[in-house]
Design a protein around this ligand. Structure first.
Ligand SMILES: Cc1ncc(COP(=O)(O)O)c(C=O)c1O
Length: 387
């Protein structure tokens, strides 16, 4: 159940809205008797590829698995060379970096754009000019919060250095960069269907997508023990199959995704208008892209006080993420700030605040959030010290 009357996110609300179709999809799978891969998974893979505009889609057990599988399909990581370097950001879900290490490659963390939330192409260029020991192999830009990364210069750097590009689209289903949906730019795109995502399952699920037929074959084989045919492992594989129950649920939901994204964008526009003039930063937006607002993230130097004020008003907020990956206990002694520091990343972590956003959030609830934030800054001295 949601923790507050106005929660930060509410996957149950979208289940209830689509309950009939989802319950029917689940009943169909249970009665059908095929509980691993099979027709439901194939149909959803085809449906998703058609929606995205790629030639192939290969379902996985989670978004983290999708990233690991993508790296392995590109021949990056364990069993290939001693240290394949994969360039990504520290301002992301830890999953992005965990997947790189699970594939047996070495993450190189570069900074995000100052004032923004995605990979800074100039920081990437600097890291590529002077990389740590190893073989630069791939770049994983993350389209965080639903905003596309600045792909054009990143793709150009990849081309110049002969690197693979794997897009982390876990938060960007439907976001568009220069006229094309994210997921259409790199060698492989990876999606998460974690329940709160713009397209969410009712459990763990993920997807890889590509236009490259050979990569698609590799993805299919590696996701299931390296099998080319049943019981014949043509290469080293893992087990990360998309669950047919989740595939059926996702198939019922996909037709609503574009409308749900439009509802998120309408809430974002309402917040923009209602919060205008306050001493806080509205979410970063790229002029040549459309944002699908997986999160609506404001920035304030008074983030913690503002969050406490909203909590007291029974309004849920989030911090995505409280500590960047390079400062997490499992990583901080191993992954340095290479090569020029991660200043924008560290600064963002102290200022970001994710407001309530999900398709079913009522306009009146968004207005309450706006009203409480305005009330916070009406207290004497707060607006001045925030500016
Ligand atoms: C940016 C990003 N990458 C990767 C993942 C991993 O996805 P999953 O939770 O499905 O493994 C997530 C979601 O948690 C994410 O937000």
């Amino acid at each position: 159940m949601p923790d507050f009357p106005i929660p930060q996110t509410d996957p149950r609300a979208s289940y209830l809205e689509q309950r009939e179709a989802i319950d029917a999809a689940i009943a169909r799978v249970l009665a059908g008797g095929q509980y691993i891969l099979g027709r439901e998974v194939e149909e959803f893979e085809n449906q998703f590829a058609a929606w995205l505009g790629t030639a192939h889609a290969v379902g996985t057990g989670s978004g983290t698995d999708a990233l690991e599988l993508a790296l392995r399909a590109c021949g990056i990581g364990e069993g290939t060379r001693a240290s394949d370097l994969v360039f990504t950001v520290s301002h992301t879900a830890v999953a992005t970096v965990a997947a790189i290490e699970r594939a047996g490659a070495v993450p190189v963390l570069v900074d995000i754009e100052p004032g923004g939330f995605t990979m800074d192409p100039s920081a990437l260029a600097a890291a590529l000019r002077d990389p740590p020991p190893g073989r630069p192999a791939a770049i994983i830009p993350v389209h965080l919060y639903g905003e596309p990364a600045d792909l054009a210069p990143i793709l150009e750097l990849a081309r110049r250095h002969g690197l693979r590009v794997i897009e982390d689209c876990a938060q960007s289903h439907g976001a568009v960069y220069r006229g094309e949906p994210t997921g259409n730019f790199g060698d492989i795109a990876c999606f998460s269907f974690y329940p709160t995502k713009n397209l969410g399952a009712l459990g763990d699920a993920g997807m890889t997508a590509t236009n490259d037929g050979e990569l698609a074959v590799a993805l299919r084989e590696i996701r299931e023990y390296g099998w080319r045919e049943r019981y014949v492992s043509a290469r080293i594989g893992i087990n990360t199959r998309l669950d047919p129950l989740q595939a059926a649920i996702l198939g019922a939901r996909l037709p609503h995704l574009d409308a749900d994204n439009a509802r998120r964008q309408a809430i974002a526009a309402r917040y923009d208008e209602g919060l205008a003039g306050l001493p806080l930063d509205a979410p970063h937006r790229r002029a040549d892209a459309s944002h699908v607002f997986h999160q609506y993230v404001i920035r304030s130097r008074q983030r913690d006080l503002l969050r406490e004020h909203l909590r007291a008003a029974q309004i849920g907020t989030g911090i995505h993420y409280p500590a960047p990956v390079h400062l997490q206990p499992a990583y901080r002694d191993r992954l340095g700030e290479f090569p020029a520091g991660l200043h924008a990343t560290t600064q963002a972590a102290g200022e970001i605040l994710s407001l309530p956003i999900y398709p079913q959030l009522a306009g009146a609830a968004a207005d309450r959030v706006i009203g409480e934030i305005r009330r916070y800054f009406e207290w004497p001295g707060r607006a001045d010290s925030a500016a």
